[in-house]
Design a binder for this molecule. Structure first.
Ligand SMILES: [Zn+2]
Length: 860
């Protein structure tokens, strides 16, 4: 603690204030501004008051008293992204200050400040953008840097502050925030009949702005005590039976998560009281505001028909947000370039907390299928990015999110735990949490803590896995002597991007034999690794270095192993090894080491014999993808009835609704034969049912779209009838938006695309994506070529105006249906012509176009 403080004092001394005073202030929250403030501002406290009127159209007035210590007089730059007129006054110790207003900042000049403690008072009109105002309630959502829309602040994660909050709310409203309520007063307002409730909250522990939160409105409150701690649940559910059915489970899950985390971290729950708020249509599954977690109400209040998976998801999101109370809240990243770290830890802890309660699921297989295929989908491409990337301004924080953070980083963290051992890993985390409690730390701070506990070079390990993009390529050499006995297996690892990067990792290499598989553990620390195989074995049927789902990389199979798995994969007895083999075969297909029609035949043969539901779903997804993207037209048509027969049998054979739905959806997505389409139409017309499967309105909507894109007779009558029979108004509006994209008339489709160039037609992103998918459906790809170049041209605009995931999804929806060299050439020409194109968006295009570009290379 002391040495850390000295280091910061030195930084202050080395950075003369005159230099920072003249530096321009950019829009957003630039890293340069953030480090200037982090080095000058100390002992930060906010005292905030918000007056919330009963009508959501009336402005919210606010007052902030910001107390901070400065070593010497220096400018103080607040973030406040509102028009200048929203700032009503700026004062220091009661005297008006001539503040500057620059690019969404309020700048208090150095001449108005003094060394030591300064109290700056600001009165303002709060912006509504991050307040989610509804008629009967509102709530804040400030991550990553949206607090500055609501009140003047230092909107960066490493200026932690104590918050005192006062909310004036309409009579009858509840209020909840990070701190406990210290006082509630009801008073009449002068001349008006309505009265106002003032709720005061006790001062919080140090928090970054993105974790500061409150909600107010007409909420019901449920209270429960578990292990001596009181929990409060705020909600707006009107179905009393639903609340009764779920409340105990929700409280139990929180208590269980705490009971696991406190001993694991060796730190008691850090935030005093424990409240949570169930919000209707919340933007995320949950948000980890310290002491006041917000959840999407639908994820927690489940129906009686909830599936095993929904129960697991609920337990996971509760454990995830509760784990954040330590990982992210108690110790916070210094900057959002390390946002991945808190997410990985929360998921990692959630899995440890929750999985033992669901013993019937194969969790290793679930981990593999939930992470590796999604991570590889990006990491195998020329457009991949490192886990940790530079971030110059928090306005660009959206670029941090994607498969590399959500799917690759958990794999990497699991490797780290394996390298260190569970106990060393846990002890390192305890030290890290204790040392940086209520403060900030970077990934490298954690690496240093862990590095001191192992002989392994974690710095090198981290450089390869976290700081560099891409993954290793492994090839296998199986050595057999003249008596056909196994002498050994060698693994050769290479950097496909030719930088000479070596990714150290632990592998469990599986050697397949007729009766059982043998697993050999091996640490990869150099580019050639000898696997110590047991003596006296014959040549294995196959060698699978990704064997039990542990390894990460491209595993190019040797020819014998590849051919064996293609011919016999369904005979591999272990579900996890089968899952890993499928993921590996798919990678070998992408690398053109397997013919699409051969893998397709393997899938059709293996599907009926696949006993694990998770594997079956994965194979169905691969089959659909092969069918549309990889099979040449004539082969696809020749295979249609065969595929339909396999899928129909799968529907009939399945025992549960969710299994049946997976098979039916694959059928609906691939059927092409007149008989198959006639059956789907009878189902859609409700003349026939699928035994054991209840189709809900969304299923019928998709069915209508799938029939229309195939131009079955009377396709437009089907669309019209579907629109008129749709009950839910939101779904009806979406369907009507998408309908023109389905027209058999090319001119109508061209107009359906043209409207997407206007931002007001792109506001509802799922509607837009569904339209793009059908416009570019494989059956329409020849006509749809004309949409590709304009869609590429719109990408920058889409990024500027859309939400964080929109650019990636926009490109996927545009290119997903195309497999022609002509479209590959359009993409290549576009990139060649755009020399100044932003790097991150170039990567987005290269990732979405990856399979298209590889396929067209192969065809040429
Ligand atoms: Zn999280």
């Amino acid at each position: 603690m002391i040495s850390l403080f000295l280091a910061m004092a030195l930084m202050v001394a080395m950075q003369p204030n005159s230099a920072s005073r003249d530096r321009p202030v950019d829009a957003g929250v630039a890293q340069a501004l953030a480090s200037e403030r982090a080095s000058t501002i100390r002992d930060l406290r906010y005292d905030l008051t918000f007056s919330i009127p009963s009508s959501k159209g009336d402005p919210i007035r606010g007052r902030a008293v910001v107390q901070l210590a400065l070593q010497s007089p220096s400018r103080v730059v607040f973030d406040f992204s509102q028009p200048r007129k929203n700032v009503l006054s700026v004062k220091i110790e009661g005297a008006d200050v001539a503040a500057d207003f620059v690019n969404g900042h309020v700048v208090v000049p150095a001449s108005a400040t003094r060394a030591g403690v300064n109290r700056i008072e600001l009165e303002f009109i709060a912006g509504d953008e991050a307040l989610n105002r509804n008629d009967e309630f509102l709530y804040t959502l400030f991550v990553p840097s949206r607090a500055r829309l609501v009140f003047p602040c230092f909107d960066q994660p490493d200026l932690k502050a104590r918050y005192r909050l006062r909310l004036e709310v309409p009579d009858g409203w509840q209020a909840v925030a990070n701190g406990a309520v210290s006082e509630t007063r009801v008073s009449g307002t002068g001349g008006s009949v309505s009265s106002v409730t003032t709720v005061e909250f006790v001062e919080t522990q140090p928090l970054p702005t993105y974790l500061f939160a409150f909600a107010a409105g007409k909420f019901s409150v449920e209270t429960a005590t578990r292990n001596g701690r009181e929990f409060r649940m705020f909600h707006r559910e009107t179905d009393g039976a639903k609340v009764v059915r779920n409340r105990d489970a929700i409280f139990d899950l929180h208590a269980r998560a705490l009971a696991w985390l406190e001993p694991y971290t060796a730190i008691p729950y850090p935030w005093g009281k424990f409240d949570f708020v169930l919000i209707p249509s919340f933007q995320f599954g949950g948000m980890e505001h310290a002491g006041a977690i917000f959840y999407d109400a639908e994820d927690l209040l489940l129906d009686e028909s909830a599936t095993q998976n929904q129960l697991l998801e609920r337990a996971s999101v509760i454990a995830h947000e509760t784990a954040h109370m330590w990982f992210g809240d108690l110790v916070t990243m210094r900057w959002f370039d390390d946002v991945w770290l808190k997410e990985v830890f929360a998921n990692f802890m959630a899995a440890k907390i929750v999985n033992p309660s669901f013993p019937e699921l194969n969790h290793e297989l679930r981990f593999l299928l939930a992470h590796h295929p999604g991570a590889y989908q990006v990491d195998r491409t020329a457009g991949t990015n490192p886990i940790r990337q530079p971030l110059a301004n928090l306005d660009d924080a959206g670029q941090m999110y994607g498969a590399i953070i959500y799917q690759k980083a958990p794999v990497v963290m699991r490797q780290l735990e394996l390298i260190l051992g569970e106990n060393t890993f846990r002890d390192g985390l305890r030290e890290y949490l204790k040392r940086f409690a209520y403060g900030n730390a970077t990934w490298n701070d954690l690496v240093r803590v862990l590095d001191a506990r192992t002989n392994r070079d974690l710095v090198q390990w981290s450089r390869a896995w976290v700081e560099e993009r891409g993954r290793p390529t492994f090839t296998t050499q199986v050595r057999v002597n003249e008596r056909s006995q196994l002498e050994g297996v060698d693994l050769l690892s290479e950097d496909p991007l030719d930088r000479g990067v070596l990714w150290p990792e632990r592998l469990h290499v599986v050697l397949g034999y007729p009766t059982a598989a043998r697993t050999v553990s091996v640490d990869v620390t150099r580019d050639r690794t000898s696997v110590r195989t047991p003596r006296g074995l014959g040549r294995p049927l196959y060698v699978l270095p990704s064997g039990d789902g542990l390894g990460y990389g491209l595993f190019l199979l040797d020819d014998v192993s590849r051919d064996y798995l293609l011919a016999h994969i369904e005979e591999v007895p272990d579900a996890l090894i089968r899952g890993a083999a499928w993921v590996t075969l798919w990678d070998n297909l992408i690398e053109q080491r397997i013919e699409p029609s051969v893998l397709f035949a393997t899938a059709l043969r293996a599907l009926p014999r696949e006993t694990d539901e998770q594997n079956a779903q994965r194979i169905l997804a691969y089959t659909t993808r092969l069918f549309w993207r990889y099979l040449p037209n004539d082969v696809r048509l020749a295979q249609t009835s065969m595929l339909e027969a396999v899928l129909r049998a799968g529907i009939d054979r399945s025992r549960t609704q969710s299994q049946k739905a997976a098979w039916f959806n694959a059928y609906r997505g691939t059927a092409l034969s007149p008989e198959g389409l006639a059956w789907l139409e009878r189902v859609w017309r409700r003349q026939e049912t699928v035994p054991g499967l209840t189709l809900a309105e969304p299923d019928e909507l998709t069915l209508a779209l799938e029939l229309a894109v195939r131009e079955v007779p009377r396709w437009d009558e089907i669309l019209q009838l579907q629109a008129s029979r749709t009950q839910n108004p939101d779904r009806k509006a979406r369907f009507e938006f998408v309908m023109p994209a389905l027209s058999a008339d090319p001119a109508v489709r061209e107009r359906a695309f043209a409207r997407l160039s206007f931002v007001e037609n792109r506001r509802r992103e799922p509607w837009v994506l569904e339209s793009l998918q059908y416009l570019n459906h494989p059956l329409r790809q020849v006509h749809a070529r004309r949409f590709v170049l304009p869609a590429l041209g719109l990408l920058r605009d889409v990024q500027r105006t859309g939400d964080i995931f929109f650019p990636t999804r926009w490109m996927d929806a545009t290119l997903g249906g195309h497999s022609s060299p002509a479209v590959a050439a359009i993409v290549q020409d576009f990139l060649a012509g755009e020399l100044q194109y932003p790097q991150r968006l170039r990567w987005t295009i290269l990732t979405a176009a990856d399979e298209l570009l590889r396929r067209s290379d192969a065809i040429r």
